[in-house]
Design a protein around this ligand. Sequence first.
Ligand code: AHM
Ligand code: MG
Length: 338
Amino acid sequence: MPNMKTLGEFIVEKQNDFPHASGDLSSLLGSIKLAAKIVNREINKAGLVDITGAVGSENVQGEEQQKLDLYANDKFKAAMEARDQVCGVASEEEDEAVTFNKDLNRNAKYVILMDPLDGSSNIDVNVSVGTIFSIYRRVSPIGTTPTQEDFLQPGNQQVAAGYVIYGSSTMLVYTTGNGIHGFTYDPSLGVFCLSHESMQIPEDGQIYSINEGNYIRFPQGVKKYIKFCQEDVPADNRPYTSRYIGSLVSDFHRNLLKGGIYMYPSTAMYPNGKLRLLYECNPMAFLMEQAGGIASDGKNRILDIIPTELHQRVPFFVGSTNMVKQVESFIEEYPEQY
Ligand code: AHM
Ligand code: MG
């Protein structure tokens, strides 16, 4: 296969741009790649083997069943621990951050925060789901057990972030702060191949993605923006198209490629929105900025928010620059809640 570049080759090539790089981050991305392949294999057969059943129940072989989100959590954690570049992991599936206590892990310089299987309620209906990850350099001394501070860093400190989308094809998309690159999985070869180098989102998009069923509970500014999207102004390409899968990674990925905005605002039910700052919004915000778009909580840049809690939620507006700015201006003009 001439000209085909694998994820592994691409990572090494990029690492060579930094002559003093230790290779630790490359190796860490390699372990994410491995865990993604394992989870992908399991997701692909979710309808065949009864793995989507309740935790604790038994399958026909008498093995205890595990839900796919817990399965993904275990696989990603194990991959991180095995490779010695990570000293701790925070996950949507874990109440507290997990620290690795082997000497080699304690000497590692990175922590990782992840949502191992986002949108997992979609698996039973064969809709795409994803893994989201965010990598930071620890701030605690090397050789010690990582602390809360290592995990509660603002998003602007991320050294890498990415997602895996388990969709009609499986893709891994990541950034280390030098553009955002996508790799499509070839199951026959078992490799991720470079398919989308240096992606850029259009500055203006025509897709808006939001759970409109919650309309009545949205802040006034968001309601006004939705009506703006629906107005008949052909010169401005409005009305826009509404697309909402209900799986952040899939909605984000489509909007990234086509131009658009994804919104999960505060609602009367979720005053801080639903999505989690540390392992959903920050990595997506980093990726989006690398693609030339922006990410906001409606007023402020997501990446500058100082986190206070591991599982903190935040309203989230991400996508094409002019669309996010437009909703921000409506929020400013109509500050009333609900
Ligand atoms: P999860 O982490 O529990 O899967 O929830 C996150 C998901 C996102 O993928 C998706 O965009 C959102 O929740 C959908 O929420 P809703 O069903 O309220 O629209
Ligand atoms: Mg999630």
